[in-house]
Write a protein that binds this ligand. Sequence first.
Ligand code: AMP
Ligand code: MG
Length: 408
Amino acid sequence: MKLMKVTEPEAVIEIIVKNFSSLDYEEVKLESAGSRFLAEMITAPEDVPGFDRSTVDGYAVAARDTFGASESIPALLENVGEVLMGQIAPPIKFGQCCLVHTGGMLPEGADSVLMVEDVDVSGNTVQAFRQVAPGENVIHRGEDIKKGDPVFKKGHKLRAPEVGLLASLGITSIKVYRKPCIGFFSSGDELIDYHSKEVGPGQIRDSNAPALMHLASQFGADIIYGGILPDRFEDFLGKSKKMLEDTDLLVFSGGSSVGSRDFTAKTMQELGSPGLLVEGISIQPGKPTLLANCGGKPVLGLPGHPVSALNIFAIFGKVIIDQLSGRAKADYMPTVKAVLTRNVASKTGRTDYVRVKLDNGTDVPRAVPIFGRSGMLRTLAEADGLLIIPSASEGLNAGEPVEVFIWD
Ligand code: AMP
Ligand code: MG
């Protein structure tokens, strides 16, 4: 039997980054730009806010007219009216003030706002019981963003705050990288459609298809499900050739070992050059994983074991999708610090991904390892996240502080 050459997980990520880059871009409307990645740098076309605004409800004044005012010696000001929201206010002169609401425009002649709590009003006379400093309770034109300022870099993810900020700048159409489309096949003679009511002897439902399709959409990709491939090379090659033409990334689940009835590797070699890049990863669960570059497109061969398939797709599938989506490199991975409740053994030379359940503990969260064979999907469904035991480590001891990668 041919020996499998295994690659370290970090090296696999480097291979992905080196081989594949962002897809082309498209112009989309702001309403549908959420969760996408910018394919252009955004500079501010105008100031935000576009005018000096009050940050409180109160009276717009010239600060110098309040200098020296106190509870015992209030400053007397003449109220000349009200700033209507969304309208230009009439200017104020020496000794005058004007009622202004939060977000209202400061009238010419005013440089600050006295809060309603600090005044007494009778008729047109406003008594100010304290002095304000110039600029107090005002957000100045361009204070949030100045015209010409760089706002976002290429590859920046458009979340809700970014979408709102672009709207405030009047930017309603933006260039984003195209969303990757994945062609997906399950494989194995034992598999039947997951919609099937009846399961024959020795058959199992294809549970990887819907689970992986959900992960793919969580990672921002579209997916085309090609169905179940029987363990026959002709079926693998024939169907995947066409699928690869129509999609940006091809994913197979099952048949990824280098055995006589496993055709993913052979198919990858036929689909385009340079072909196979990775024949196995020193990772648990998920060692028999294949990765190829077929004519510039990534092809990923996942192990059929449901836990392995999801683990590998969550790690490497995500990196491929991020790469194709044009995502700028993330600065950090969100983790939860916790204390391990039990010893976990690990072999050196292999990176272990241990499923853990988190509970709040008394003062710090506790990470409770969930043990079970890699085929048991329930163990993954019970886990809140994964704990990584690096390749050089022989395991972790109960009571050790750990960082858990959350899977939500
Ligand atoms: P393979 O990687 O093809 O050797 O499959 C490994 C194990 O995972 C076998 O027990 C398969 O029956 C199982 N398996 C493969 N594909 C799927 C799938 N799509 N859904 C559920 N189990 C699968
Ligand atoms: Mg199989």
